[in-house]
Ligand binder design. Structure first.
Ligand SMILES: *Cc1c(COP(=O)(O)O)cnc(C)c1O
Length: 391
């Protein structure tokens, strides 16, 4: 536990993200504990149906976490040795690791410095005869330019995957996140838009891909236990190599009650973002990332760029000392030691990502944050910058 300094803006650390569990959520989990099913039972199907309806897709497949969702997507697309997959340089490492799990090669694309979303022009330049897919990351909760990305995918006959782990509840030109790519992946980790502890989901309109992912999440076995029980049969066949990536009924009950609250939570996140935007409009040292037109931003995180001349390390430390739980999302993936060794990547590969990632800072945003919390963050930033109170 980090303790703030004595005359800090806050006495306890305000985290950058936090779950919201209410009595309805708790009751839903307790009900499952009293039932016959703990793991794969009726709550999994109920959650998958609700999630597919929410995202306007034909199929939702629940898995054990967002990383498993990405792995299942890569497996369903039959990514393997020799295949390349384009991944943006600014994302959580799992967006690239899923390609390596399958023996494929992530190829890093640069990002738009205004939004930190994958730059479609740069992504297309990195396509070769071996490219099988693009993983587009809806960074911070803002959907990518799916018009440009879909055009590239169809021109080169490759798959488009959305790593939408930040963006559940967002939309692009009126279409919900989840329905914008061939496959979209989600995480249900506590800092994400909704949670069930650990969890993941893949959405798709393609019945074959959905079937392949259901087999993949349960050891590569072609029928599940409940199907066999219904048929009165004991025999099962393992048709491919799979994993145990199942989500439990306990978790699906919680995820289902969480999903009902999401629209109100997204509205609150957007309201907090408007308050930050207004506060920083007159502060030249702090520039929020750009939001594109036609976008409903999910604001999983609120990210600002610091003006040249501000030492991010010092600014970060000073805000933490004020009790503000700032963070950094992310260092470029291709500069992690694993990728430097595995793919011989290094500085210069994605210049925009490398420059901007050194200037960004994530500020606290979560639905339960109060207007007073937002004002505390703004006041702490003004204090650290040596500016007076705004009012
Ligand atoms: C959280 C996250 C993941 C991984 O999800 P887990 O549920 O933690 O495995 C993958 N990609 C992005 C962009 C994420 O933010």
């Amino acid at each position: 536990m980090t303790h703030a300094s004595p005359n800090a803006s806050r006495s306890t650390l305000l985290p950058y993200g936090k779950q919201w569990i209410d009595e309805e959520d708790i009751a839903a989990v307790v009900e499952v504990l009293r039932s016959d099913w703990l793991t794969t039972g009726p709550k999994v199907e109920e959650f998958e149906r609700a999630f597919a309806a929410f995202t306007g897709t034909a199929h939702a497949v629940a898995v054990s976490n967002g990383t498993a969702a990405l792995h299942a997507a890569m497996a369903a697309l039959r990514i393997g040795p020799g295949d390349e997959v384009i991944v943006p340089a600014i994302t959580f490492v799992a967006s690239a690791n899923c390609v390596v799990y399958q023996g494929g090669t992530p190829v890093f694309a640069d990002v738009d410095p205004a939004t930190l979303l994958i730059d479609p022009v740069d992504a297309e330049l990195r396509i070769t005869g071996r490219t099988k897919a693009i993983v587009a990351v809806d960074y911070a909760g803002q959907p990518c330019d799916y018009e440009a990305l879909r055009a590239i995918a169809s021109r080169h006959k490759i798959a488009l995957v959305a790593d939408a782990c930040h963006a559940l509840g967002g939309a692009w030109r009126g279409k919900p996140v989840g329905a914008l790519a061939d496959l979209s992946t989600f995480s249900l980790h506590p800092v994400k838009p909704i949670t069930c502890g650990e969890g993941g989901v893949i959405t798709t309109d393609d019945a074959d891909l959905a079937r392949a992912m259901r087999v993949f999440r349960s050891h590569g076995i072609s029928t599940d236990f409940r199907q066999r029980e219904k048929q009165g049969a004991w025999a099962y066949e393992m048709v491919s190599l799979g994993y145990n990536y199942r989500l439990t009924d306990l978790q699906c009950a919680l995820a289902t009650t969480q999903l009902r609250k999401l629209p109100a939570w997204i509205a609150r996140r957007q309201e907090i973002a408007r308050q930050y935007d207004a506060a920083f409009a007159h502060l030249p040292e702090i520039s929020p990332l750009a939001v594109c037109s036609g976008v409903s931003h999910g604001y999983h995180i609120y990210v600002v760029r610091l003006a040249a001349g501000i030492d991010r390390g010092e600014f970060f430390k000073a805000l933490r000392a004020e009790g503000i739980g700032v963070n950094v999302h992310y260092a470029p993936v291709h500069l992690h030691p694993f990728y430097r060794n595995h793919l011989r990547t290094g500085p210069g590969l994605c210049p925009m990502a490398e420059t901007v990632s050194a200037q960004i800072l994530t500020l606290p945003i979560f639905p339960r944050m109060t207007d007073e919390d937002v004002a505390d963050v703004v006041a702490a930033i003004r204090k650290v910058l040596g500016r007076g109170p705004s009012r």
